[in-house]
Design a binder for this molecule. Structure first.
Ligand code: PLP
Length: 574
């Protein structure tokens, strides 16, 4: 869903968009700068400064919001320009994404923060904060709480600066991440079940041992460090940019990027993207105060924050043009998009910006614009890739899943196969369950969502009732792996595993070659993208036909193995 909330407007006026200082109608990128963007003025340079004291005016008028925001922008501009990040961080590339550009009909650029030394932008903020500590503070050591990228940023910065770092991680932290932090020389302390438990413990350690606490987002030096990404983008792309899409967790990244962009090229939209189940910043901006979430989804662990920062909220509510929320399927699809253009695999938080960009383009139907997404991290566990690959097709709406009911009569299975013959089949599961009807789960590759409806119609026209399951979580997450089970009707059933070279149309050729004389009572196929397709087939063969079956199997030319005596088959399927 795209949130069209006018979140950044502190006075809540929404229609038509107005500059919140001057009250003039304006574009929404004009926050904080109090002027008409159609004029050729730009950024802070265009703001008229009031010189004080003024002759004949006794009392200085109170500071307006504009004054306060100007001050903030100026302050952050200085902090960002002076930020010390390049001792550890690199200036990452702003890479064109040709495939995504073609698909979205816009010019897409990826700011490759996934290529930083610890595979995320977080070391910019951590290092800037730590490099600014006094020698005395640094010699006391630093502490932080994090299960992920901030921990690695702090650990690497500490090693570079020669100071001791203690990282508190929840006990649930994957070993991969704690090992990465330990290998950078930091002391790892496991405490509590959640980030909040670890955070409380880290502040306790700071009090007890005099360590300096390094906040993951709510600190001006951390924000300024992240803001160097905005600075690099504007330097690297001096032509017009329509919008920059930024993943939001606690808000440090977007606060820094927005502060720089709105100070220098305020006509560029800064768009915050959040997971739909982890949208603390969007809710806070709507509510005009920080909102604490009870729970957050953990799929995108980098952005799973329940309570945003005070300073990050203040900046985001004034400077961010719009917030968009995305779901995990669309983030999986975005990971795939990023892979296709970069051959790199982003972590979920690292691809959120792309998912938001796609949604924004679809909703606003913009064309021929330059759009930037910050790919902010690549710390993904290998075992997550299975889920990502599985869901990417659904998220992209390139896989349609149907439950189809066919009459249990000779020829109807074959007729169904004829209907799907032209398409690429991703899944085909069937188990004989009653005498009159069979239910078949079929997954098919599609070009877009509208196609699923057309396919459903084709099934209905052929007399097969079809239920479109593309929005059905039960089916996508569980049922597709569970179809089957025992059947009381499987007299004389024999079970075979077959392999065939995975080529377009190969599955349907295989199905058509099955002898019409015997009833197929079980069928399972799932396309895993391997070189060989693997299927499991149950065939009901009367004892008198066993020799004929053997001959038939030999004639097919497909390698096969009989599994009828396999105890697992006996336990779960007979
Ligand atoms: C990869 C990645 N993306 C985005 C974020 C969100 O950053 P912030 O908390 O500054 O909003 C994080 C935070 O750790 C992250 O690791």
């Amino acid at each position: 869903m795209v949130d069209t909330n006018q979140g950044g407007l502190p006075d809540g006026r929404t229609n038509p968009p107005r500059n919140w200082i001057t009250g003039q109608e304006t574009t929404r990128s004009n926050f904080g700068l109090g002027r008409d963007l159609s004029q050729p003025q730009r950024g802070l340079a265009a703001v008229k400064r009031v010189v004080w004291p003024q002759p004949g005016v006794a009392k200085r008028p109170p500071m307006t919001r504009m004054d306060r925001m100007d001050k903030t922008l100026l302050d952050y501009l200085q902090r960002i320009l002076n930020a010390r990040v390049y001792d550890v961080a690199i200036e990452t590339a702003l890479d064109p994404a040709p495939k995504l550009s073609k698909r979205l009909d816009n010019r897409v650029w990826l700011k490759r923060e996934d290529t930083q030394p610890v595979f995320s932008f977080k070391l910019r903020g951590a290092y800037n904060k730590m490099a600014r500590l006094s020698q005395a503070e640094r010699s006391r050591g630093v502490v932080c709480a994090s299960a992920g990228n901030h921990a690695q940023g702090v650990a690497l910065s500490a090693r570079k600066l020669g100071c001791r770092a203690t990282i508190v991680m929840p006990v649930t932290t994957p070993q991969l991440k704690s090992d990465a932090v330990a290998s950078l020389g930091a002391d790892v302390v496991f405490h509590g079940e959640s980030y909040s438990d670890a955070h409380t413990h880290a502040t306790r350690l700071a009090d007890q041992h005099g360590f300096v606490f390094v906040h993951p987002f709510d600190d001006p030096d951390v924000i300024a460090g992240q803001g160097t990404i905005g600075m690099e983008i504007l330097r690297q792309h001096q032509h017009p940019i329509h919008a920059v899409f930024v993943a939001v967790g606690g808000g440090g990244l977007i606060a820094g990027v927005a502060a720089y962009i709105k100070a220098v090229r305020p006509e560029i939209k800064v768009i915050g993207v959040q997971m739909v189940d982890s949208d603390a910043m969007m809710r806070s901006v709507r509510a005009k105060q920080r909102v604490r979430l009870d729970d957050v989804g953990l799929f995108s662990d980098g952005t799973a924050v329940k309570y945003v920062g005070e300073e990050t909220f203040r900046i985001a509510r004034n400077l961010v043009d719009e917030f968009i929320t995305v779901d995990s399927d669309s983030v999986c699809a975005a990971i795939k998009d990023a892979f296709e253009d970069t051959r790199s695999i982003m972590e979920p938080a690292g691809a959120i910006g792309i998912a938001g960009m796609k949604q924004y383009v679809a909703k606003n139907k913009i064309q021929d614009q330059s759009l930037v997404a910050i790919t902010c991290g690549a710390n993904i566990n290998f075992d997550r890739l299975r889920f990502v690959a599985e869901r990417a097709e659904v998220g992209e709406e390139r896989e349609a899943l149907f439950a189809i009911t066919i009459p249990e009569e000779r020829g109807s299975f074959k007729k169904l196969c004829e209907l799907v013959r032209q398409r690429s089949v991703t899944e085909f599961s069937y188990r004989l369950s009653d005498n009159d009807h069979a239910h078949v789960l079929v997954g098919l590759t599609t070009e877009d969502r509208s196609e699923a409806a057309l396919i459903g119609q084709t099934f209905s026209d052929a007399g097969f009732a079809a239920v479109n399951l593309v929005d059905d979580e039960l089916s996508k997450q569980h049922l597709r792996y569970m179809v089957g089970g025992r059947s009381p009707l499987t007299e004389n059933e024999r079970l075979f595993r077959f392999e065939f070279p995975e080529r377009p149309g190969a599955l349907m050729r295989f199905l058509s070659s099955m002898a019409p004389g015997w009833n197929i009572s079980l069928f399972h196929y799932r396309n895993h993208g391997a070189d060989y397709g693997r299927i499991l087939v149950g065939i009901q063969v009367p004892p008198n036909d066993h020799a004929a079956l053997q001959a038939f199997l030999g004639d097919r030319g497909y390698p096969f193995a009989e599994e009828t005596e396999n105890p697992v088959y006996q336990m779960f399927l007979r």
